[in-house]
Design a protein. Sequence first.
Lengths: 219, 219
Amino acid sequence: MLSQTEENYLKVLYNLISFRGEASVNEISKQLDIKMPTVNSMMKRLSEKGLVLYESYKPLKLTNEGKKIAALIIRKHRLTEMYLVEKMGFGWEKVHEIAEQIEHIQSEAFFAKMDELLGYPKVDPHGSPIPDINGVLRSETYIPLKDFNVGDKVVFMAVLHSSEDLLSYLNTKKLELGMIIAIIATESFEESITIQYDNNKVETLTSKVSSKLLVKLIK
Amino acid sequence: MLSQTEENYLKVLYNLISFRGEASVNEISKQLDIKMPTVNSMMKRLSEKGLVLYESYKPLKLTNEGKKIAALIIRKHRLTEMYLVEKMGFGWEKVHEIAEQIEHIQSEAFFAKMDELLGYPKVDPHGSPIPDINGVLRSETYIPLKDFNVGDKVVFMAVLHSSEDLLSYLNTKKLELGMIIAIIATESFEESITIQYDNNKVETLTSKVSSKLLVKLIK
DNA sequence: GTACAATGTTAGACGATACTAACAAAATGT
DNA sequence: ACATTTTGTTAGTATCGTCTAACATTGTAC
């Protein structure tokens, strides 16, 4: 059984690897706000346990077992977020901190019950896919809104790296998952994008925002 | 902020003190299955933090702050148990282990939401009172079923030290909180008690069981 | 009231998880 | 290609929470 600390390292490692293909001691250090030497020794420990592939000065990788364990932690996190939003009435911007703690609860039955009560959801409240009970993640790949052009119509599918601030901002704009968005202008110098959605609401978004809204094109 | 470990010591100390009036290093050691020297040094640490009154070779006490903190942890535990039973459909014998972990979640909002969704319950699924948000516990005092006599009629109010085994046993007998119980026989040598309840079910209970069923007399 | 048992305490060790300081390797800029 | 910056590693230290061994005190039995 892994400690909560070990679980957190695995999770961050998994997320870094799935985004960038690889992970470094330095990146983990920044993500977790833990100094590099500490991360280094933890990577060696997790390597001893057969969860991480560690070689000096090389990028870090997860073993298959490491990947599976990490995915199951992420499953618990995302199921919890969904439960908090759907069954307890929390706003999507409030649930991350709580799920960050509940993801470490050791109880198959607890998470199985959540899953059942939610009707076996495939995505969390931010549109991120929920790995299945075997740690397998089936995800469509969406594209950031900023990469589209005037005239395109897209569906808002997920929020990337969703922070409370960003989610609250989207709340104020009433911009919600599943909405259809039409790109009506782009401004290449300041990299802003102007969109129309939900019965003619119009907003101009900075690239900071539009790079984090994942969408799919309507053919 | 206290560690989970510290919270567990406080909770056990609180429970021991409320049952027996005082607590010893030895009792805590047994309850937590942790060796006496470890308990001893933890008592000193909690004393440093102003939560425990520690004097060599004297019984242990909690300070007012220690009591309040312990009561709030117990509040979180019991609210969680109630939530798991009422909102998630777990049996009353399954919830202790999960609540034991969730009680350490740090989130005012999470427990406030549970409380609200439950309609501000006063007792947990085993009949134990839930301390209020200030750590104040208002409890009636109930009496073990074994202390009653033939002809008495009582209401089943709570289960003492409820273990999974005991609760499962009560499930098989369909003996539930709130039921009216008539004492129809007692056997003083083997200390058994025969009761009638819930539309003429009749059972003979050993003192091991009847000492843990808390009831109140119907006048 | 002395011996023995039970309980409590002290001292020293260890693993987990963090740190800082110092050094090594790799990447980068000019 | 060399100097500098960034990244990674090693070594040594600290705290938390656990242990065992040894010793001290208190309680109990005869």
